[in-house]
Design a protein around this ligand. Structure first.
Ligand code: CA
Length: 225
């Protein structure tokens, strides 16, 4: 899940980006309305966190531009406590939710998750293959009934494999989907991550689920031989 943060207060923006990344999202930060609008219009984001008072183009106008361009991803407005009128205006313009500053990160995260679940593509709650199960809402992974702890990135990597079972995923594709890296300068990162994921979900089990396809990438599938 990819989230765009448009926030000119660098401290808040950096904090949000870091928190969301740790929560397993890919987060991009734009520090003014112009960059924010450009990114939101040209790249695919699942959600936008939008500050109202921004240099360049304000949050309302960014939202207006997005909706006019047919972009329907959920938008969460960040608004100052003394700007209740902002909130009304934002909702009228098609914002999905708003949060008053200052806010607790846990509150923001809860709103983000709710908005993403409410989003037009209904995500399944559970994913699985063979005896491996992933609960996307509770972020729990188990195999043969055994609980497995994954890091945030390992979790994203595993769900990518599960959603695209039987499909060979190249290192470049994995790098772009999991780390948001757009070129294969360091696909070693992918190899290391796959090795770690395998150590947790495959190595102690009889049936391997992640397979290497030489020269092409990796595939998750059940092979009956
Ligand atoms: Ca601001």
């Amino acid at each position: 899940m990819k989230i765009l943060i448009v926030e000119d207060e660098l401290k808040t923006g950096t904090y949000l980006k870091q928190g969301l990344t740790e929560a397993g999202f890919i987060a991009d930060l734009a520090v003014n309305g112009i960059d924010g609008q450009y990114l939101a219009l040209t790249e695919a984001f699942d959600l936008v966190i939008l500050d109202v008072m921004l240099p360049g183009i304000n949050g309302w106008d960014v939202l207006l531009a997005l909706r006019s361009a047919g972009k329907s991803m959920p938008v969460l407005f960040l608004t100052a406590r003394d700007q209740v009128v902002d909130r009304v205006k934002g909702l009228e313009l098609g914002a999905d939710d708003y949060l008053l500053k200052p806010f607790a990160f846990t509150e923001l995260l809860a709103r983000v998750r709710t908005l993403l679940r409410r989003g037009k593509t209904i995500e399944p709650e559970m994913l699985g293959i063979a005896d491996l199960e992933v609960n996307l809402v509770r972020r729990r992974v188990s195999r043969a009934g055994q609980r497995i702890d994954l890091t945030a990135k390992e979790f994203v990597l595993l769900t990518l494999f599960l959603k695209r079972q039987g499909e060979v995923l190249s290192r470049t594709l994995i790098a772009s989907q999991v780390w948001d890296m757009n070129f294969d300068s360091d696909t070693n990162v992918v190899e290391v991550a796959i090795r770690r994921l395998r150590a947790k979900i495959d190595d102690h089990f009889e049936t391997r689920l992640i397979h290497t396809v030489r020269g092409m990438g990796y595939v998750m599938e059940l092979r009956n031989f």
